[in-house]
Ligand binder design. Structure first.
Ligand code: PGA
Ligand code: ZN
Length: 413
């Protein structure tokens, strides 16, 4: 039974304010914090109400605690409904999806703690034994970087040959180190600057970034003897120009219409054997997604982030159209753990791979590591370096150690 709800204002990794929530029960305790996006999808729930975190502390905290105190932390779905009722809108505009998601996750952690169980086991059951592959962030461009960076937002890798999470996260960090050297050979002004998610910011064209990304995967893969595959988050909504109806690659002085973009992305996937491409089209372009998925979906994860925003109804449309074979899962895009789980369930029932993900603005909260394991996600996207990123990766190392028969998740691509 919930005895107290405490909400506080804390720092996120960009230096902005976010909320952290403590839930105290008579025999348990749960704490969770909410992250924030920079390249947010337009149909995400509202993160903070007008007045921001300060308003949450001054007005919303009491509203929530007066409703939740006395409820059972195990009744997560009921609690999420109560939060929705307190809010009263359909997008959490009045109390903020970041508030509700932090409460929802803290409640789940308190319930788990009251059984003396880790969260992944409480939510996923006794038989969970699969560890997701870490989708590591190597280089940043777009909204996560400076003006002379590539337009593509994230150059990622997956250590597909890794046999366990420790091997996987150290493979990612080795490629990150290798890329520092390779960037220096292409960008004489490189100062070692990093983007919001800890990837390097190179002052190079998209093509050169793709080349050195592939080279780093190959060289490090050979050195340590496992296969490492390149991957991308294009976050293409950010450089789609709706008036011109073109993707504007300002770093390359090239613009591409949807047809060109399909060809361009297909060519990248085939040239570099990409295992994963996220948001290769604008968030409204279901047809572009559908076309690419039909061309490369058998060998590459075609993943939707801004297009689906962890929303079950929007995912249902994507499934009907066969628009993607993977979906980014960010709990604060939808505002509660129950709604997050509903989307994951629909995805899994339809062979759409859930990819549990951090945001560009993060805290050291490690909850998503537990969610990825509980949901049986094949991939977790949580950077490669930086305190707020390694918080999740190191938690996966601990979880793997705890499991009785851990194996890496099946990638099926
Ligand atoms: P965001 O970006 O957290 O800034 O929205 C991350 C992503 O696009 O995956
Ligand atoms: Zn994304």
């Amino acid at each position: 039974v919930i005895e107290d709800v405490r909400v506080r204002k804390i720092l996120d990794s960009r230096g902005n304010a976010t909320v952290e929530v403590d839930i105290l029960t008579w025999n348990g305790f749960g704490r969770a914090a909410a992250p924030s996006g920079a390249s947010t999808g337009s149909r995400e729930v509202v993160a903070f109400p007008d007045g921001g975190v300060d308003k949450i502390i001054s007005e919303v905290e009491d509203l929530i605690s007066s409703e939740l105190i006395g409820m059972d932390a195990e009744d997560i779905a009921d609690i999420d409904l109560v939060l929705k009722e307190i809010d009263g809108t359909d997008n959490y505009a009045s109390i903020g999806g970041n508030t509700t998601v932090a409460v929802s996750m803290a409640v789940a952690k308190a319930a788990a703690a009251s059984y003396n169980l880790p969260l992944y086991k409480y939510l996923g059951g006794n038989f969970v034994n699969e560890i997701p592959y870490p989708l590591g962030n190597m280089m940043n461009g777009g909204a996560h970087a400076g003006v002379n960076a590539p337009d593509i937002q994230e150059f990622l890798i997956v250590p597909v040959g890794a046999n366990n999470i420790t091997e996987a996260v150290f493979a990612n960090s080795a490629v990150h180190k290798k890329l520092k050297e390779l960037i220096q050979t292409k960008d004489s002004l490189f100062t070692g600057g990093k983007g919001d998610e800890g990837g390097w910011i190179p002052n190079v064209s998209n093509d050169i970034a793709l080349e050195i990304q592939a080279q780093a995967c190959e060289e490090v893969g050979d050195e340590i003897g496992i296969k490492i595959s390149p991957a991308l988050d294009m976050a293409a909504s950010e450089f789609w120009d709706a008036n011109q109806e073109k993707y504007i690659y300002s770093q390359d002085n090239v613009s591409r219409d949807t047809g060109d973009q399909i060809e361009f992305v297909k060519d990248i996937i085939e040239t570099y054997n990409m295992i994963y491409v996220e948001d290769p089209f604008d968030e409204a372009d279901f047809d572009g997604f559908k076309e690419l998925n039909s061309l490369v979906g058998d060998k590459c994860f075609v993943c939707g982030d801004d297009i689906f925003v962890t929303n079950k109804e929007i995912l249902a449309k994507g499934i009907e159209m066969n628009a993607a074979n993977a979906i980014i899962i960010k709990p604060n895009q939808i505002g509660s753990l129950s709604e997050t789980y509903a989307t994951v369930k629909l995805a899994k029932e339809n062979d759409v791979a859930p990819v549990v993900s951090h945001r560009s603005g993060e805290t050291t909260d490690e909850t998503i590591a537990h969610l990825a394991v509980a949901f049986g996600a094949p991939l977790i996207k949580t950077g490669a370096l930086g305190g707020e990123r390694i918080a999740k990766l190191n938690e996966l190392i601990r979880i793997e150690e705890e499991l009785s028969n851990p194996i890496m998740a099946k990638l099926n691509k």
